[in-house]
Design a protein. Structure first.
Lengths: 190, 161
């Protein structure tokens, strides 16, 4: 198991020019590592929808590489999105932060906590590049490989859950976030 | 009935860049025509809430998608719709197939899905128009699709089945 901050620290050191889309717990934790126009906090959100949101962005703006951070509770609400994602050769990388908990609601266990094989589900959904890491050291050793090469990619990171965490809030309003994100490719097009 | 290619052509001519859909037995007859015109921009998803989120990502990426789903899936997709329209404030467009809509209106169907379609669309405060492909013309269909695309807010075309 690794701490959420350890997982994000490795991501921050490796993400390069990728767009990073956070949701739920990661919205609160990510800004201390990065808060640029390439960081999109999907909050307020609809649980389970960050993966299709990232896929849509990558399909619309070809050339953009997108990392989506999802919790296991969120992914459980929309497992079919992995099947959809697997149908597309797009640079979308799903980082599953698996802590077995609905952390933002106080830490209740999700269905199948510590039993569900998410990497297996991703493979069975048709994804070829699937990884699972339980320690920061393993994640650090393999992060560059996970975040390079063709997509889609699924990476499960086993995270130590925390109880009593404050409900996260987005660093800025949604309209501003969308405008900031769009400025990243509009700037490149000029 | 209006030819499926005319419908696909209307979508394309109106400027919808992607069709995100889950077909039903009526909408599904458009599959070949949509595939011919949209190829890999006809996006097949697993659930209707996912269709809405995928379309939202496309819109953030400055594409102009149309979500094509049946009313039953629309019912399921409420939270995704709420988030995309009212939190992300994206003017997403829907074509919603009203299952057994004609028979329900004629009093010959007990399918409850038609009964609840308009009340639920109205509950989400989603502006809508209705189109009956069994009664209305191809020209009227083109107008309805153009009006849908030109509406500045999120809106829906209820397609009677």
């Amino acid at each position: 198991m690794m701490e959420l901050d350890e997982a994000l620290e490795v991501l921050a050191a490796t993400r390069g020019e990728h767009i990073v889309m956070t949701t739920m717990s990661s919205v609160g934790a990510w800004p201390k590592f990065s808060d640029t126009p390439r960081d999109f906090a999907y909050l307020p959100s609809s649980m389970g929808q960050v993966v299709p949101l990232g896929l849509g962005l990558a399909l619309a703006q070809q050339g953009l590489s997108v990392i989506v951070l999802s919790g296991d509770g969120s992914l459980l609400m929309n497992l079919g999105c992995l099947v959809t994602l697997a149908c597309h050769s797009v640079p979308v990388r799903v980082l599953l932060l698996n802590n077995g908990l609905y952390e933002v609601t106080g830490g209740q266990a999700v269905a199948g906590a510590s039993r569900t094989n998410y990497a297996g589900i991703a493979r069975a959904s048709g994804m070829d590049r699937v990884y699972s890491f339980t320690s920061k050291a393993d994640w650090q050793r393999n992060a560059e490989e996970c975040l390079s090469g063709p997509g889609p990619v699924f990476v499960e990171l086993q995270i130590r859950g925390k109880l009593g965490e404050a409900t996260p809030s987005a660093p800025r309003g949604m309209a501003e976030q969308i405008a900031r994100l769009q400025s990243t490719w509009q700037h490149h097009a000029e | 009935m209006i030819a499926s290619d005319a419908i696909a052509e209307a979508f394309q001519a109106t400027g919808f860049t992607h069709i995100v859909w889950i077909p039903d037995s009526h909408l599904g007859t458009w599959d070949a025509a949509l595939t011919a015109r949209y190829a890999n921009r006809l996006l097949r998803v697993s659930r209707e809430g996912e269709a809405i989120a995928l379309a939202a990502g496309l819109m953030i990426g400055q594409a102009q998608p149309l979500v094509v789903i049946q009313c039953t899936g629309f019912f399921e997709a409420g939270d995704a719709l709420r988030n995309v329209i009212y939190d992300l404030k994206l003017p997403l467009k829907f074509l919603i197939g009203v299952r057994n809509g004609r028979n329900y209106a004629a009093g010959t169907s007990k399918d409850s899905s038609a009964r609840f379609t308009k009340p639920i669309v109205e509950a989400w405060q989603l502006p809508y128009a209705e189109f009956d492909p069994f009664e209305q013309t191809e020209a009227a269909m083109r107008d309805a699709v153009q009006t849908l695309a030109a509406t500045p807010t999120a809106s829906a075309l209820l397609w009677v089945e």
